[in-house]
Design a binder for this molecule. Structure first.
Ligand code: 4AD
Ligand code: MG
Length: 462
């Protein structure tokens, strides 16, 4: 007999009276001398299906072995439910136990564990309602992301994870090597990278952008979506050492086009979540964040506020707020500043542009004032920066000067500079921190809770 998933059952794809086979994990078991009620969840949907087992029909020993966490296959008749909270249930005819879960040692025996505790058992937490909901939403958002770009003629370009260029990430990159760290080959006291796997020092990528630009200079519109790695030692609820980034890069786009795309994209994803993930959102809304659904709806209807960094500094200085970090023109904004602008001042998402060139990357297009660059950061409620992007410097001489000023060796970047040498074009792009975005969509407050296996300083167990 073919297995049916709980989602399909609850969506009415099978009629009452039919015999069905469900497989899944026991969420709860209760009952009395005559009957056992077993809630089974297979992860296809947040809801469980109730299995009713009349004890006269089953071996007592078998029923005893069933407890929270056990895995079962149940065959039975789909019947209208008399109980509250579900429309149908299964009257069990046959129960097979794939695997028991000893109540003495199974860590998810009870409900209501803290998120901190669940992080310590990341190998089992997908079995909770909360993480089931989060990971289903994560999937839907990845699918929506691909759909959005595909519908608009973008090509998914796979950029490398191992890179020999460290222009963007100097100082916060993980090194990749096959050298024996106990016996590193050296020449005149210096590490001899000629003896390493790639014949030069290599790292995990901090961004696919530079390679993405190469793609955009041929295919016009590309995007990347993959893991990126940053060894910054920031133990905050918004930083991971391994996170997923989505980076579109478009030839012939200027900063305005870039902002328009980012805004349309974010609204598309949020709308998708509201249309496709309502069960899971409702669950998270009720349990963690009573304003979640309203907040999501509010974003799709408003025009994001757009202003320059200089204007933002002015607002912050006049705000009368006490910030931990002082605000002066030229400083990098902290998330307290970003959140003030978004949550208190404008009360909607904000796109900041034209940052001082000294706090931004070498590849951003220099404005005519010579002081600012055509950067854009999208700031979201509860999160702060969710997207960072820019129009790129397409003028070879200006770019070379910037690299020189910032100490980026030209000879290692010859391939990047070739795009400016041969058929250069205005172009722009941005990077969305996928987990930052998921924090917004799920209402979770710690970034460790929106990725299945978080990597943070001193933490890579699972
Ligand atoms: O602002 P960032 O550093 O931009 C870039 O890497 C550009 N190359 C993007 C581009 O223009 N193609 O990073 C982009 C986004 C941030 O806005 C933030 O959402 C996220 O990536 N991010 C992180 N997310 C989780 N953990 C971290 N340690 C992150 N660092 C950045
Ligand atoms: Mg940034």
């Amino acid at each position: 007999m073919k297995q049916i998933f709980v989602k399909n059952l609850l969506q009415g794809e099978v009629s009452v009276g039919e015999t069905v086979l469900v497989k899944g994990w026991v969420r709860t078991k209760r009952g009395n001398k005559n009957v056992a009620f077993i809630a089974i969840n297979d992860g296809s949907i947040i809801h469980s299906i109730q299995v009713v087992a009349d004890l006269v029909n089953f071996d007592e020993e078998l029923i005893k072995r069933i407890s929270t966490g056990a895995c079962l296959a149940v065959t039975g008749e789909l019947v209208a439910s008399m109980g509250q909270g579900q429309s149908v249930e299964i009257q069990a005819k046959d129960i097979h136990i794939y695997g028991e879960a000893d109540p003495e040692t199974f860590p998810l025996q009870k409900k209501g564990h803290t998120l901190e505790f669940l992080r310590e058992i990341a190998h089992l937490r997908p079995r909770t309602n909360t993480f089931g909901a989060v990971f289903r939403i994560r999937h839907e958002m990845a699918y929506a992301l691909h759909t959005f770009y595909h519908e608009r003629g973008f090509f998914y370009l796979h950029t490398p994870i191992i890179t020999a260029s460290d222009a963007e990430g100097a100082g916060q990159m993980f090194q990749v090597t096959t050298m024996d760290l106990n016996n590193v080959p050296k020449v005149e006291g210096e590490v001899d990278y000629n003896a390493d796997f790639f014949g030069k020092s290599a790292h995990l990528t901090v961004s696919g952008q530079l390679e993405g630009e190469l793609g955009a200079m041929a295919l016009s519109k590309i995007y990347t979506f993959g893991p990126t790695f940053r060894a910054e030692n920031s133990n905050t609820p918004r930083h991971l050492a391994e996170f997923w980034m989505n980076e579109p890069e478009m030839a012939f786009y200027e900063i305005q086009d870039n902002m328009d795309l980012a805004e349309e994209f974010l609204k598309y994803l949020v709308k998708w979540a509201l249309e496709h993930c309502m069960d899971d959102l409702q669950f998270l809304n009720d349990l963690y964040d009573k304003e979640l659904i309203d907040r999501l709806k509010s974003v799709i209807d408003v025009k994001f506020e757009r202003l320059t960094y200089t204007e933002a500094i002015d607002i912050l200085q006049k705000s009368g707020q006490k910030f931990e970090f002082k605000v002066d023109w030229g400083v990098d904004l902290q998330s307290e500043h970003e959140r003030y602008l978004v949550e208190k001042h404008f009360k909607k998402p904000v796109i900041l542009t034209d940052y001082p060139k000294d706090i931004k990357a070498f590849y951003m297009k220099v404005n005519d004032d010579g002081k600012t660059v055509r950067a854009m950061d999208v700031l979201f409620p509860r999160i702060g920066e969710i997207i960072g992007g820019s129009q790129r410097e397409e003028r070879l001489d200006v770019l070379k000067k910037r690299m020189e000023d910032m100490g980026i060796p030209e000879k290692e970047m010859w391939w990047y500079l070739d795009t400016r040498r041969f058929g250069t074009a205005p172009h722009a792009g941005f990077g969305l921190g996928f987990e930052r975005f998921l924090l917004f969509v799920t209402g979770m407050s710690n970034i460790r809770d929106v990725i299945p296996f978080p990597r943070t300083p001193m933490n890579a167990e699972f």
